[in-house]
Design a protein around this ligand. Structure first.
Ligand code: XCC
Length: 661
């Protein structure tokens, strides 16, 4: 590869880079090649030609006031301070905290939207949605102490709305879902003063404290950072998940197709990409509307093909088995097929570059949310009181585009069918059966060593690393070592494309895990939905503690988390709420602080000593797996169940010997 230096920046002739170095997704690679032939630029190209800013990457720059921006030396972090005297630890902690504040704001604002819809449904002001899962409504109400016995669904729903609103607006006290936190974990939070009051207050306070001249102790900033992140995980995100389940149904296993092969040349293809399920749910109703189906038929189409991408895609995949075309780094590539007649987007992870790619291929790109417009995209506002008005219009425009398709269409052939939709409730049922649904069998299998531990592998894809590759290699290593993997978001889609969501993938797991998978009939990798659904993993952790035998707090559990290809601030907020909840969490790609500083030491070691989890970092998937497995083994040892594992292996060996006789 030849590189031409221009000042600081390296300009790399893109066409020389093999697309297979950029992605391990075959379909995305095919589309990137087509984009090059067509002269269309994507984020992959821009990432190659735009080197990441090394000072920003290490968080050694402070632009919180106009005395700066101040740039510290990443090679000699304690060599100088900012104009105001801020040290490198203060600067890094403030930058990190603002990433958490932004990520937490995204999830909690999403949760608030869901709660708004819920209130309007309960008040009878929205007729297009109803309460689909009244059992879940009761369970959630019960879990936060609302009386449900003998009461009408609407009464419970009214109380639930009022209680959950406190997640956001409460100024003093503890957020409602604090009741779900294992007592010892909650005690740790109380000791350190990090139990969230209300998300709005925590985010506001974090923004205040990171203003110039306020909180200038990295330890104190980290405390508020934890409190804010917890307001996301056990607050806004959890509300988003629970309310979406109540309104649209709790996922149960469903067979679904993933990857660009789900596009259909002879149908009107509509993609919904973003995060809030209400837009997608309404689109589902629109594409089944007989009038619109007839219009599509009249335009010469064999039907309307509704497809998801990114997190709203992952949510609809889990809940309804709607096909999914790919994760974050495939959203431009999918437009290169020329087969997408309309893409409707709402909030989060929508690349601005989509507008240009859509324009090149004549795809209609629609923004729908008042909070998120894109220059060059048409805006059709989604109004939850009349949701179909927006989605019907998108379908109509997609039909027009289908009729006037004037470019060759190239749809990659590959797709993979797997099983998705493992909500916490279903895992409970699956393991224990109808009559004794519980996590007891999971805990037992961990104690007896068939399952070594549980890992959450989640998060984005990022053009700074080969798309999907780190996710897939990491998960392969984990399951081979008998670690059960639960997933959300774009990571789930990476593994689904690679075929890990088929029950037959059990043979890729180690002997203990594959035995459990075969007995239960589940894949070794369980997809639980979108990024806000990481809250399902928190609930699963709390349940594992409650059932017993694996310690008293989440920090005692043989579990670990990873976001190997992360890119968004939301990922940092998620990572930090897992850490604050007690989970060792390893990130890949890059970590936005300087090693061997006091703040680094606090995040990577100090928090664990205080009873929380801790952060980890490596770009290498195999090292990442080793770090996570070593942590799981450390926890097994502390629980005194490390011997049990050896015994199980011995037992299996002797059983095989017996079988051989
Ligand atoms: Fe976005 Fe949620 Fe990341 Fe994917 S995983 S790139 S945050 S869509 Ni959520």
């Amino acid at each position: 590869m030849t590189e031409k230096e221009k000042g600081d920046e390296k300009i790399v002739p893109l066409k020389k880079i093999d697309v297979r170095e950029l992605t391990s997704c075959e379909n995305t690679a095919q589309m990137l090649e087509k984009a090059r032939r067509d002269g269309v630029e994507t984020a992959f190209d821009r990432a190659v030609s735009m080197k990441a800013c090394p000072i920003g990457a290490d968080s050694a720059c402070c632009k919180h006031c106009a005395m700066g921006p101040c740039r510290l030396n990443t090679k000699d972090p304690y060599g100088k301070v900012g104009v105001c005297g801020a040290t490198i630890d203060t600067i890094m902690a403030r930058n990190f905290a603002r990433m958490v504040a932004s990520g937490a704001a995204a999830h909690t604002d999403h949760g608030m939207s869901m709660l708004d819809v819920f209130r309007e449904v309960v008040n009878g002001n929205i007729k297009d949605y109803t309460i689909k899962d009244p059992i879940k409504l009761k369970e959630v109400a019960d879990s936060i102490g609302i009386e449900t016995e003998g009461r009408e669904t609407d009464d419970i729903a009214n109380d639930l709305y009022r209680e959950l609103e406190r997640t956001y607006t409460q100024v003093e006290g503890e957020i409602p879902f604090a009741t779900r936190v294992p007592p010892k974990t909650l005690e740790t939070w109380r000791t350190h003063g990090v139990v969230p009051r209300g998300a709005m207050r925590e985010i506001m306070e974090l923004m205040h404290r990171t203003h110039m001249g306020v909180d200038q102790h990295y330890e104190n900033i980290t405390k508020q950072c934890s409190r804010t992140a917890l307001a996301d995980g056990w607050g806004g995100s959890m509300v988003a998940t629970e309310i979406s389940d109540i309104l649209f149904g709790t996922p149960t296993p469903v067979r679904a197709e993933v990857d660009m092969g789900c596009l259909k040349e002879d149908q009107v293809n509509i993609i919904i990409h973003g995060h809030e399920p209400n837009l997608f749910e309404s689109m589902l109703a629109s594409v089944n509307d007989p009038t619109l189906l007839k219009a599509a038929e009249d335009a010469g189409a064999k039907g309307i093909n509704l497809i998801g991408m990114c997190c709203s895609g992952a949510e609809m995949l889990s809940r309804h088995g709607i096909p999914h075309a790919g994760n974050f780094m495939s959203t431009e590539a999918v437009l290169v097929t020329g087969a997408v007649d309309a893409m409707g987007v709402d909030v989060q992870c929508i690349k601005q570059g989509l507008a240009k790619v859509a324009q090149c291929y004549g795809t209609k790109l629609f923004t729908t949310n008042p909070r998120a417009r894109i220059e060059g995209a048409e805006h059709i506002e989604f109004e939850e009181h009349e949701p179909k008005k927006c989605t019907d219009q998108i379908v109509e425009m997609a039909i027009v585009r289908f009729k006037n398709r004037n470019m060759p269409v190239e749809i990659p052939k590959i797709s993979s069918t797997g099983i998705h939709g493992f909500s916490h409730e279903y895992i409970n049922y699956m393991l224990g059966g109808t009559f004794r649904s519980s996590y007891t069998p999971l805990n037992e299998n961990i104690i007896n060593g068939r399952i070594r531990g549980v890992a959450g592998v989640v998060g984005c894809t990022n053009p700074r690393v080969k798309q999907d590759w780190v996710h897939v290699e990491l998960v392969k290593e984990l399951i081979k070592n008998d670690v059960l993997v639960v997933q959300t978001g774009c990571s789930q889609i990476a593994l689904a494309k690679a075929g890990f969501y088929k029950p037959e993938a059990a043979h890729l797991a180690g002997p203990g895990l594959s035995e459990v998978c075969e007995a239960v009939g589940m894949p070794p990798v369980l997809g639980v939905g979108s990024c806000v659904d990481n809250s399902r993993i928190l609930i699963a952790c709390a349940e594992m503690v409650r059932v017993g035998g694996l310690g008293e707090s989440i920090a005692d559990l043989p579990v670990a988390g990873a976001a190997p290809e992360w890119m968004s601030e939301k990922a940092i907020s998620i990572g930090h709420y897992f850490v604050a909840s007690g989970v060792y969490t390893v990130f890949g790609v890059t970590f936005p602080i300087i090693r061997d500083t006091k703040f680094h030491k606090l995040l990577f070691e100090g928090l664990e000593e205080l009873g929380f989890g801790k952060w980890g970092f490596t770009e290498d998937p195999y090292e990442m797996a080793q770090l996570m497995i070593a942590h799981i083994d450390k926890k097994r040892k502390a629980l005194g169940i490390d011997k049990a594992r050896e015994r199980v292996l011995f037992d299996m060996a002797s059983r095989r010997e017996l079988e051989a006789i």
